[in-house]
Design a protein around this ligand. Structure first.
Ligand code: CA
Length: 100
């Protein structure tokens, strides 16, 4: 039976490929697919970004090899960045609940 962490990794791969396969080219996300993924799977984060061009900027940041597509490796850096930010909040939350 897969562990909790293995399940999380599998989810990451599945979600990426579900959106990446929208255009029949399943190995990368184009701009529209990235927008769709973020609107559905990262809606809280996206709503916190007041900038309407946020997805375009994120796309530009993620596309490190400059091919206009986001591959899995590039996508993972977004997840890692957001996870690090979330973990900061989580630590603050723990510290607060310990004090009470
Ligand atoms: Ca790319």
């Amino acid at each position: 039976m897969p562990s909790e962490l293995e399940n999380a990794m599998e989810s990451l791969i599945k979600v990426f490929h579900r959106y990446a396969s929208d255009d029949g080219k399943s190995t990368t996300l184009n701009r529209r697919e990235l927008r769709s993924l973020m609107e559905n799977e990262l809606s809280n984060f996206l709503q916190s970004q007041k900038d309407p061009a946020a997805v375009d900027k994120i796309m530009k940041d993620l596309d490190t090899n400059g091919d206009g597509q986001v591959d899995f490796e590039e996508f993972v850096s977004l997840v890692v960045g957001l996870s690090i930010a979330c973990e900061q909040c989580y630590k603050m939350h723990i510290r607060k609940s310990v004090k009470h």
